[in-house]
Design a protein around this ligand. Structure first.
Ligand SMILES: NC(=O)c1ccc[n+]([C@@H]2O[C@H](COP(=O)([O-])OP(=O)(O)OC[C@H]3O[C@@H](n4cnc5c(N)ncnc54)[C@H](O)[C@@H]3O)[C@@H](O)[C@H]2O)c1
Ligand SMILES: O=C(O)C[C@H](O)C(=O)O
Ligand SMILES: [Mg+2]
Length: 604
């Protein structure tokens, strides 16, 4: 499975497959005149051709000159670039929010143009509409709020959701990202302000996976907040009550899931940024009944596993040596435990000798230090990874991170703690004694301020031979003498769009472990040995649309293999089953939405 032929095969198709840019078919619109101009799904601003202005009752509502899509695009990019110039030297947060505002205004006005500039400039714009700026947007949401986006279901809507869901104007919804705002990135409980996360994730679905923006739905389940500052904030837009718990909480989520699947039985629901206890509970509760996954647990695990396997290759070792890697995971939350669970499954598959061996090499640290079997109130989810105290000479319950790193000399140090700077100078320096010739350091917490260390500090203190990944983007590090310390963005954005896309186009009943494993393997095998040797473990974000096609196809084929695929639109399960790998890739590519102005046809 992990062979050179496969790497070569995937790189061969990289440049040859084309995304559909053919002349688009007509788009039926049920409104006319000013209503169209005010609808970002259909609006073309000054781009409406004169004939269309006549047909749709737009004549006189726009200045007479027709501006082409290319001109509109160039004009937007010019204003964006001059904003960049004019804000030079201003505080980072001010610049980031100014950039977000200009993009958000376009999003509110003209989605076709918005998504085209996003796709074409993904490297520049992803950090604005997604991580890390999205974190700042959530923190300031009540002040930034101008227009609603997505749907809001609150604890006050209990009993009403089945009818409320019909208030959403689209006939079809394919992809939903849902949050309750309880653990937004590493920023904690942001209540209703967390809606920025589903919006940012779904923007990535459109940009990377070509999901039609008319078929996405960001959702906030507002069950209150325990953030005292927000509860006291006069401008806070969410429910001013403490979070529901227990039965009261779960009955709200149940009602939402029933309502969604009553209206759109095939809609995929991605759970995002739920606090740990509800993240695991909802995953177990719904994953066998609906087509759903938890991105923080499962998407993150797949991306991290691909990185861990890349780190083995970077050492010039065979993949089978993964079973011998000593891995210290810092953070025993939904993400950290998700990674460990998936890594254990991978070891079990590779070594065939079950999970015991893997757990021996994995070390789990949380806010109270090393997790051992002596831990009081040991969380059942963390229990399988708790060490026997004394298993490693002198390492006791609650041993500090630096003690663990010094004693264990791990091949990999992986942070999902949400705490900025926990990979201190001392910890990073201790990684110089790692048993690996190329130790891997993943500071995966978001946003930037919450990263366990910066890229610069990692290379400075742990040495130039490390491989480095971070959840939020950092620039590559100049190591002098023409040498570069490569920074990988170890972010679940490399998988969740493909998981959703593959599940959608398969018409998958559920999202199985096998489908998630296929996604992770696809990402892991995407990189060439040459890249890996340089320390490049993940594709550049430039190629996110391409990697997403590959991941989508891999997920789809896994769904077919497990007989979970029920087909999509007029492509039935039998046809899916008969598709070759190449045909699957073409099928996925052809079904991705691409932003071009479609001729609008009015229908009453
Ligand atoms: N890069 C990615 O793709 C990605 C994906 C998911 C989550 N994350 C990030 O991971 C972080 C954690 O997410 P989560 O859902 O697991 O959160 P969580 O709240 O469920 O878990 C956080 C864990 O960190 C531990 N912790 C807190 N302080 C610590 C310290 N000083 N030292 C060691 N451990 C400490 C806690 O005990 C807890 O076990 C967040 O910042 C999130 O943004 C990144
Ligand atoms: O949102 C991200 O950038 C990754 C991840 O889902 C997170 O919660 O940090
Ligand atoms: Mg998340």
């Amino acid at each position: 499975m992990w062979n050179a032929a496969r790497f070569a095969a995937s790189s061969l198709t990289r440049s040859t497959r084309r995304f559909s840019t053919a002349i688009p078919g007509p788009c039926i619109v049920h409104k006319r005149g000013a209503d169209i101009l005010h609808d970002p799904w259909f609006n073309k601003d000054t781009g409406f051709p004169l004939t269309e202005r006549d047909r749709l009752g737009l004549r006189g509502l726009l200045p007479p000159r027709v501006i082409s899509f290319e001109q509109q695009y160039a004009r937007f990019m010019e204003s964006y670039r001059s904003l960049e110039k004019n804000t030079k030297g201003q505080p980072e947060g001010v610049v980031a929010l100014a950039k977000w505002r200009i993009l958000n205004r376009l999003h509110d006005r003209n989605e076709t143009l918005y998504y085209r500039v996003l796709i074409d400039n993904i490297q520049d714009f992803a950090p604005v509409i997604y991580t890390p700026t999205v974190g700042l947007v959530c923190q300031n949401y009540s002040g930034l709020f101008r227009r609603p986006r997505g749907m809001y279901f609150s604890a006050k809507d209990k009993g009403e959701m089945m009818s409320m869901i019909y208030n959403w104007p689209a006939h079809q919804v394919d992809m939903i990202v849902l949050t309750d705002g309880s653990r937004i990135l590493g920023l904690g409980d942001l209540g209703v302000q967390g809606i920025g996360i589903p919006i940012g994730k779904l923007d990535m679905y459109v940009a990377a996976a070509g999901i039609n923006p008319q078929r996405i739905l960001p959702v906030m389940l507002d069950v209150g907040t325990n953030n005292q500052k927000l509860l006291e904030d006069r401008l806070y837009l969410g429910l001013r009550q403490r979070r529901l718990e227990g039965e009261e909480y779960i009955s709200i989520v149940d009602e939402f899931m029933e309502a969604v699947h009553t209206r759109w039985p095939k809609a995929i629901v991605q759970f995002e940024d739920f606090q740990m206890k509800w993240a695991f509970e909802t995953l177990q509760r719904y994953r066998k009944r609906f087509c759903t996954f938890n991105d923080d647990i499962q998407g993150t695990a797949g991306v991290a596993l691909a990185g861990l396997l890349g780190a083995v290759r970077a050492q010039g070792r065979p993949l089978a040596d993964f079973v011998k890697q000593k891995i210290v995971v810092v953070g025993a939350g939904s993400a950290g435990l998700g990674v460990l669970n998936m890594a254990v499954q991978a070891v079990a598959r590779m070594a065939g000798n079950g999970e015991a061996a893997a757990k021996y090499h994995f070390f789990l640290i949380d806010k109270d230090g090393l997790v051992t079997k002596e831990r009081k109130n040991l969380d059942p989810m963390a229990a399988p990874f708790a060490k026997d105290p004394g298993a490693i000479d002198g390492l006791r319950e609650g041993a500090s991170l630096v003690e663990v790193v010094k004693k264990v000399k791990p091949h990999v140090l992986l942070g999902l703690s949400g705490v900025g700077g926990v990979f201190s100078q001392e910890v990073l320096q201790a990684m110089r004694e790692s048993d690996s010739a190329k130790p891997a350091i993943f500071a995966m917490s978001n946003p930037t301020m919450n990263a366990e260390c910066t890229a610069e500090d990692a290379f400075k203190h742990a040495g130039e031979n490390i491989v480095f990944g971070s959840g939020s983007p950092f620039d590559n590090v100049d190591l002098g003498n023409g040498k570069v310390g490569y920074v990988n963005q170890a972010n679940n954005m490399y998988l969740f769009p493909g998981i959703g896309l593959g599940a959608l186009l398969a018409g998958a009943r559920i999202i199985s472990d096998g489908m998630l494993q296929a996604a992770s393997e696809c990402l892991a095998s995407y990189m060439t040995d040459e890249d890996i040797q340089k320390g490049i473990l993940y594709p550049s974000i430039h190629s996110i649309r391409h990697i997403t096609v590959e991941v989508g196809a891999a997920v789809l084929r896994a769904a077919v293999a497990e007989e979970l695929a029920e087909g999509h639109c007029d492509v039935g399960p039998k046809e899916l089953m008969n598709m070759s790998k190449e045909e699957t890739l073409d099928y996925v590519t052809r079904n991705m939405w691409f932003p071009v102005y479609s001729p609008l046809v009015h229908e009453k």
